[in-house]
Design a protein around this ligand. Structure first.
Ligand code: GLU
Ligand code: ZN
Length: 349
């Protein structure tokens, strides 16, 4: 079977996707398209407490607006919802327990809370103390209210080569015995993410830098399952011009808010690809085709990318000025129909 580059966008439906989420989707899409590979979409809805209704629709609307088409994985439906695959994750979690790579933990919430408080008071990083690690495992899981935890080795290091960051190394004894399966039968992000990336044939994981510290846990999972891990590329953070974390203060709102404000998808796409990717020349305006031809992960920077609203406005103006009068009119009508009934009427006259 020939090797086909496969990337994915795996958002959690916890709110309207913002600029940072969509920048990840754009990079993963461009990388797949530039290698004639596949770009898949997976909704990571396993944290029921954080789910926001309408968020999945907003994700799809955002991708469609930016024309980030996703492919169908031959073995899956077009769109995967992790919440519909609970039995699969449970099976894999149990497999790890049988192999001795994970264990059942029956610690109560109170005990864990107390432990956390003690550790914080002692200025130690909060971490499970391994209390249930050595207990005899009940292979039939007849007990109730248990979680399954990853049995992280106490010695050694977990290292990997990040395409953007180079060699990254973590001491195993600092890695928490991560919960893989929660007491409600739902997997945590870590388990579901690894199982699905493997089953979906993902070859390249492009995601935000905030996930870097989760990667050693994921690599241990790949190792314990006996699976070949994908390659990882952790995209640089996005900061405001004042170098603080991007927030509403910087006018950086949800992607669909930009759509509502009348920004063109061409400008947003062009702008976001430059948030971390450095082209070979000082060219700033790129057609989609040019980006697909020129994009490479080797030219993605490690240091944070700075969000510059003025530059986005300038690019947006440039794209508007390139349009013929009739094209501009069409776009205005389309926009008006969507967002402003009154304007539509006057434009049609
Ligand atoms: N569900 C995670 C998110 O919302 C996915 C992270 C990843 O790509 O592994 O960012
Ligand atoms: Zn326990």
């Amino acid at each position: 079977m020939s090797y086909q580059i496969t990337t994915r966008f795996a958002p959690s439906p916890t709110g309207a996707p913002h600029i940072g989420n969509i920048r990840t989707a754009i990079f993963a899409w461009v990388y797949a398209r530039s290698h004639k590979g596949r770009f898949l979409l997976r909704i990571e809805d396993t944290d029921r407490s954080r789910e926001v209704s309408g968020a999945t629709e907003a994700i799809i609307d955002s991708l469609e607006w930016l024309k980030l088409d996703w492919d169908q994985n031959p073995k899956f439906s077009n769109l995967i919802f992790q919440s519909q695959r609970l039995a699969i994750y449970q099976k894999y979690a149990e497999e790890l327990v049988k192999k001795g790579c994970a264990y059942v933990c029956t610690c109560s919430e109170e005990r864990l809370k107390e432990l956390r408080e003690r550790q914080i008071a002692a200025k130690q990083p909060p971490k499970y103390d391994g209390c249930c690690r050595g207990k005899i495992q009940n292979s039939k899981f007849k007990i109730q209210n248990y979680v399954i935890r990853l049995k992280v080795p106490h010695e050694g290091q977990t290292e990997f080569f990040d395409i953007i960051r180079g060699k990254v190394k973590f001491e195993n004894n600092l890695i928490d015995d991560q919960v893989l399966l929660k007491s409600d039968g739902y997997p945590t992000y870590h388990l579901a993410n690894v199982v699905d990336d493997h089953l979906m044939g993902v070859t390249h994981v492009l995601r935000a830098e905030e996930w870097l510290s989760s990667t050693p846990k994921h690599l241990l999972l790949y190792k314990f399952f006996g699976w070949k891990p994908p390659r990882f590329a952790h995209l640089p953070m996005i900061l405001g011009k004042d170098r603080s974390k991007l927030s509403k203060r910087h006018r950086a709102v949800s992607l669909l808010e930009y759509k509502k404000q009348g920004y063109l998808q061409e400008a947003i796409f062009n702008y976001l690809i430059l948030l971390g990717w450095r082209p070979q020349t000082d060219q700033e305006i790129f057609s989609r085709l040019e980006i697909i031809k020129q994009f490479s992960l080797e030219r993605v920077q490690k240091s944070p990318a700075i969000f510059d609203q003025e530059k986005l406005d300038w690019l947006n103006g440039w794209y508007i000025r390139q349009m013929s009068a009739s094209e501009l009119l069409d776009r205005l009508i389309e926009y008006g129909q969507k967002f402003d009934e009154n304007k539509t009427r006057s434009l049609k006259i």
